[in-house]
Design a protein around this ligand. Structure first.
Ligand SMILES: Cc1cc2nc3c(=O)[nH]c(=O)nc-3n(C[C@H](O)[C@H](O)[C@H](O)COP(=O)(O)OP(=O)(O)OC[C@H]3O[C@@H](n4cnc5c(N)ncnc54)[C@H](O)[C@@H]3O)c2cc1C
Ligand SMILES: *[C@@H]1O[C@H](CO)[C@@H](O)[C@H](O)[C@H]1NC(C)=O
Ligand SMILES: *[C@@H]1O[C@H](CO)[C@@H](O)[C@H](O)[C@H]1NC(C)=O
Ligand SMILES: *[C@@H]1O[C@H](CO)[C@@H](O)[C@H](O)[C@H]1NC(C)=O
Ligand SMILES: *[C@@H]1O[C@H](CO)[C@@H](O)[C@H](O)[C@H]1NC(C)=O
Ligand SMILES: *[C@@H]1O[C@H](CO)[C@@H](O)[C@H](O)[C@H]1NC(C)=O
Ligand SMILES: *[C@@H]1O[C@H](CO)[C@@H](O)[C@H](O)[C@H]1NC(C)=O
Ligand SMILES: *[C@@H]1O[C@H](CO)[C@@H](O)[C@H](O)[C@H]1NC(C)=O
Ligand SMILES: *[C@@H]1O[C@H](CO)[C@@H](O)[C@H](O)[C@H]1NC(C)=O
Length: 532
């Protein structure tokens, strides 16, 4: 025991003494004992996986999407509780709190920094993947979706009931509602219908006292906070009630590629001027990649314009002929299909893939590591800057970008309507992606350096004071607290809070102070309560 202990305030000291005095077993044993004593209708022992169970590693890695945090050297949880019943969620919260263990809540496991399954302090994972139901009520135009349901499962079950309903959420089918919605959730219906959180009308969660709350019992403040403020600071989301949106019986999609040689500079420059001003029915993403040039050994930039239009191709073509003729989009570039098929198309599944693929989640751990960063752009980037940006991409060889246009519904919604503040005034969101297949710290620091250097290079062209970032593209480089400390409010505000939430940060702090004043639900980038 370090002398540090004696610096603790007397009350904490006494409490920790008495905890030790009652038993000399480990926090894990106490935790497991507490779980088994928690009243439940469902046998919790079937939900517990400790390193002693042969299932431990396979359960852990079934939903670790970033290999950077799932290598054999990464810290492991003391236990994983794969909740089978709501009482298991209540038990995990209560017993972890009683034994001073931190929890990491996981639904789909796509957290870009692995925060749902890794931590530097002793922790347990509360895994929500069994909470996967999707109950669609077409007559009322709503659905209840549980936290572990994936976007693919949600799209599939909506489409089973109706060809003209959909839901605005992300492109990757394996992302789950638990993390995705509580971080905002955007996809190609964003310009028409806003974010996922703009279409959520109720939710249920387990709070820090183990109570089950819905919108009415949690109150409007907490309901506001979990729709974009990150769920894991406020409780464990069990389910969301979503409002379905109307889609046309057929939508039009296209994917066309243009390289530097094809005049990508002029095209991307023009795209910046028009993509956020087009009809709300049309969403055109621009993806920037380094590819082989026409000359051997020469690399070039390829920009893929990928589109979704709520309507038929001839209507879309005449729209584009007016506002973006430089793209020279042809009828033969366009495909018309039901909206649900377009979710497969956008997620890059080959044509003809059965819709059931939307239900799948990978059973094997992924071996790819990645780093994601994000930026908001409010002024068009000049052609000269585009050229130097691409030159650096070609030089570093391992940065991709996705540019996603805003405008439309995104500028109609007030920046304080939800914690997500990036509304009017944004032309587009940039996602940067660097990924690698090699194991180990050396490879990681090599690729992280590439990613960080590119981000630094981009600073003159993007939002500043604060340099805004998108919570769902979580980035610990923005700054973080150490999970073993009391969450420092100044670090939280200036390093990540203002960037993810702008002025909404202060309201998130007020909600947090009310619902979790002792800061049980905490992690590197959680919302801190005001000091007690
Ligand atoms: C390949 C890929 C594609 C993506 N595409 C998009 C996209 O198109 N649009 C977009 O907006 N984002 C996208 N993202 C980001 C994604 O939305 C976020 O990473 C999201 O948080 C993932 O949710 P999850 O439940 O799958 O992840 P998890 O890792 O399980 O959770 C993410 C965060 O939410 C917390 N959390 C999870 N479940 C709960 C719960 N039940 N209650 C409380 N807190 C919870 C976790 O503790 C963690 O902090 C993508 C990410 C990846 C890796
Ligand atoms: C719970 O399940 C475990 C393992 O499956 C079993 O050994 C135990 O008897 C069960 N307990 C009850 C109360 O059913
Ligand atoms: C794991 O196994 C070891 C030895 O087999 C045992 O001492 C320990 O109590 C077990 N831990 C748990 C949490 O079951
Ligand atoms: C948690 O601890 C408190 C006292 O510290 C105790 O009263 C309570 O019964 C414990 N709960 C469980 C589920 O063990
Ligand atoms: C390589 O490609 C660039 C454009 O990306 C072009 O300007 C240059 O001339 C090409 N070099 C050769 C040798 O083809
Ligand atoms: C595109 O617009 C031009 C005039 O601006 C017109 O001549 C042409 O027919 C249009 N093409 C299509 C496919 O609508
Ligand atoms: C849409 O998907 C269904 C189911 O897989 C398939 O039968 C149909 O042909 C697809 N339609 C189009 C236009 O791709
Ligand atoms: C990346 O590495 C280079 C050379 O090693 C160094 O000069 C640069 O500062 C690093 N960049 C970042 C952002 O760490
Ligand atoms: C947080 O805790 C870590 C490790 O205990 C320590 O190194 C660090 O200085 C602390 N940071 C703050 C801001 O208190």
């Amino acid at each position: 025991m370090t002398p540090f202990r004696f610096l603790l305030p007397p009350l904490t000291f006494l409490l920790s003494l008495s905890a030790v005095a009652t038993s000399d077993s480990s926090p894990l044993e106490n935790f497991l004992h507490c779980l088994s004593n928690y009243p439940s209708h469902a046998n919790i022992s079937n939900a517990i996986h400790t390193p002693n169970h042969s299932s431990f590693l396979s359960i852990l890695h079934m939903r670790t999407y970033n290999h950077r945090f799932s290598a054999s050297t990464a810290p492991k949880p003391l236990a994983i509780v794969t909740a089978l019943h709501v009482s298991h969620v209540q038990a995990t919260v209560t017993c972890a709190k009683n034994n001073s263990l931190q929890i990491r809540i996981r639904s789909g496991g796509h957290d870009c920094e692995g925060l749902s399954y890794v931590s530097d302090v002793p922790f347990v994972i509360l895994d929500m993947f069994h909470f996967g139901s999707v109950d669609v009520d077409i007559a009322k135009g709503v659905a209840w979706v549980q936290a572990g349901a994936t976007l693919g499962q949600i799209y599939y079950h909506i489409a089973k009931r109706s060809r003209v309903h959909g839901f605005p959420a992300g492109v990757c089918a394996t992302v789950a509602a638990g993390g995705h919605f509580s971080g905002g959730g955007y996809g190609n219906l964003m310009r028409k219908y806003g974010l996922s959180v703009d279409n959520i009308i109720d939710a249920t969660l387990v709070d820090v006292n183990g109570n089950i709350l819905d919108r009415k019992s949690m109150g409007e403040d907490q309901f506001w906070a979990i729709r974009g403020g990150g769920g894991a600071s406020f409780g464990v989301i069990l389910s969301w009630k979503i409002k379905l949106v109307v889609v046309t019986p057929k939508v039009t999609v296209f994917k066309v590629r243009r390289t530097l040689e094809d005049g990508a500079v002029d095209l991307v420059y023009k795209w910046q001027l028009i993509a956020s001003k087009l009809s709300d029915d049309l969403f055109i993403r621009a993806m920037h990649d380094v590819v082989d040039g026409s000359q051997k050994g020469n690399k070039t930039i390829q920009v893929t314009f990928i589109g979704l239009f709520l309507g038929q191709s001839d209507d879309m073509l005449s729209l584009l002929n007016e506002s973006f003729p430089e793209l020279v989009l042809k009828q033969s570039d366009c495909l018309e299909m039901p909206w649900v098929n377009s979710t497969l198309y956008w997620a890059n599944y080959p044509t003809g893939t059965p819709l059931e693929a939307l239900l799948d989640v990978p059973k094997e751990p992924l071996t790819q590591s990645f780093k994601t960063m994000s930026d908001y752009v409010k002024r068009p980037i000049s052609k000269t800057a585009l050229e130097s940006m691409w030159e650096l991409m070609i030089k570093s060889l391992n940065v991709k970008m996705e540019w996603n246009p805003y405008g439309g519904m995104m500028q109609e919604i007030s920046p304080s309507e939800t914690p997500f503040p990036h509304r009017a005034g944004n032309l587009f969101l940039i996602e940067y992606l660097t990924s690698w297949g090699q194991d180990g710290a050396e490879a990681a620091s090599y690729y992280l350096n590439i990613s960080r250097s590119f981000y630094e290079f981009m600073s003159p062209y993007v939002s500043s004071s604060p340099r805004e970032a998108f919570l769902n593209y979580r980035d610990l480089d923005l700054g973080a607290n150490h999970p073993s400390n009391v969450t420092n409010i100044d670090i939280a505000r200036s390093y990540y809070g203002s960037k993810y939430f702008r002025g909404n940060f202060e309201r998130l702090v007020r909600v947090k102070s009310r619902v979790d004043p002792e800061n049980f639900f905490r992690f590197e980038q959680s919302i801190p309560p005001l000091p007690l």
